[in-house]
Design a protein around this ligand. Structure first.
Ligand code: ASP
Length: 429
């Protein structure tokens, strides 16, 4: 099934903002936020500015990005599956995708564990700091972050992948269920004779094209949206964020940086044939969107656009692979979970032998796949990794306060991994 290119002239006529403008919005937002926090941190004026202006503006931009995700996934994934043609090819490509990202996620989890064993950021945390951090738990962990709901994770999560009602799943933003239905829809589309699906396929192509144009329109506002999001975070927390839990933050960020700038370039070179520099500069729009939204899902349309237009990945491959990996391949999250679980164990003075660390590694990999691609998605599944090795769940209290910054960084690693996987599959389909 060939993809239409009819929307091309329209979409390219829009010309999204240059990457440098988005980067400028990001840096200006962060700097202005830190300065505002320093100068007027305790004033009501700044609190009102954040509450009534920058936060709503940032959120509106973020929601506009997320708005297109469900229809886009449905249209592109079903077309992608149908476009792969036969079911053998679908199975082969699907298996390659999963095996490849599992390999990369495992490297990430191992790196995280190695880093935290080396630095031991939790070992020297004074008792007073620990108690204060634990005491903030009830204030700082909002209901949707609260971990207990995650303990329902288990066999029911598996069952829920099959939606009882696809409309209901879409309405709730249940990604895995929407993916499942779209895959089934695409398979059925491929099984029917072409003359019976031609019109439907055209409609789906039209739907996907319209969603991409909406994204381009929303991305025109990216420099302002990114400014508002970064200003809000920086003005609210200032440098205080860095002062608390300094070594823990350093361990996570250095681990993520080693992965992003040390491990990925090697994998990019070996598995995709791209020069890492070229790959990163072409993927920069998606990377910056990930950094500012802290959400793989919100970044998904941009990732898709970058994969197709900048990295030249065929539409039927990107349409199939990107929605799947944006939901399941979270290398940065796996690394983060490994570091965080061991950090909490160190703070509580618990020694985890190698066997327990292996359990942490495996659960971190599985839970990263189960984590939602939304801000702080990892926090919701963290308790399960903690429980797997008998660490008190309230340890999460210590890290929720600084999670936003780490979330931004790990989402960059997650989205880079999505592009890498798509480029790998495109080359070896
Ligand atoms: N925010 C991450 C993402 O969307 C998930 C997480 O690690 O919290 O990729």
């Amino acid at each position: 099934m060939s993809e239409s290119t009819e929307a091309k002239p329209l979409t390219s006529a829009l010309h999204g903002p240059k990457t440098s403008y988005i980067l400028a919005g990001l840096i200006l937002g962060a700097v202005a936020g830190v300065v505002a926090n320093f100068a007027w941190g305790k004033t009501a004026v700044l609190a009102d500015l954040i509450h009534y202006v920058t936060e709503p503006l940032g959120q509106m931009w973020l929601r506009a990005l997320i708005m297109v995700v469900i229809p886009l996934i449905f249209a592109r994934l079903s077309l992608g599956v149908a476009g792969l043609g036969d079911l053998h090819k679908l199975g082969r490509v699907g298996l390659k995708t999963i095996l490849f990202f599992l390999m990369v996620t495992s490297i990430a989890a191992v790196l995280g564990l190695a880093m935290v064993n080396l630095v031991r950021p939790g070992a020297g945390l004074p008792q007073g700091v620990r108690d204060r951090l634990l005491a903030t738990y009830h204030q700082e962990s909002s209901p949707e972050r609260a971990a207990p709901q995650a303990s329902q994770f288990g066999i029911q999560t598996l069952v829920n992948i099959v939606p009882r009602n696809p409309m209901g799943a879409a309405a709730q933003g249940d990604m895995l269920a929407v993916i499942f239905f779209s895959l089934a829809f695409g398979v059925a589309l491929a099984l029917l004779p072409e003359e019976r699906t031609r019109i439907l396929a055209e409609v789906l192509r039209g739907l996907a094209d319209v969603m991409m144009v909406i994204i381009e329109l929303v991305m025109l506002l990216a420099p302002y949206g990114v400014f508002a999001l970064l200003f809000t975070v920086a003005a609210r927390f200032g440098m205080d964020l860095l002062a608390r839990l300094g070594w823990y933050i350093v361990t996570v960020i250095v681990g993520l940086a080693i992965f992003e700038f040390g491990v990925y370039p090697v994998l990019i070179k070996v598995f995709t044939g791209w020069s890492p520099w070229e790959f990163f500069s072409r993927g920069m729009r998606a990377i910056l969107t990930a950094l500012s939204t802290s959400s793989s899902n919100a970044t998904l349309p941009t990732t898709l656009e970058v994969c197709e237009n900048a990295l030249g990945i065929p539409k039927e491959v990107s349409g199939f692979v990107v929605p799947l990996v944006a939901t399941m391949c979270m290398n940065g999250t796996a690394l983060f979970e490994g570091v965080t679980v061991l950090f909490i164990a160190q703070v509580f003075g618990m020694h985890l032998p190698l066997s327990s660390q292996i359990v942490v590694m495996v659960t971190a990999i599985v839970m990263s796949m189960g984590a939602a691609g939304v801000p702080s998605g990892a926090i919701q599944v963290l308790i399960l990794v903690l429980e797997a090795v008998g660490i008190p769940g309230e340890g999460i209290a210590m890290v929720v306060g600084v999670d936003r910054l780490l979330d931004m960084c790990r989402t960059v690693v997650n989205v880079t991994g999505d592009m890498l996987t798509a480029a790998f599959v495109a080359r070896h389909q």
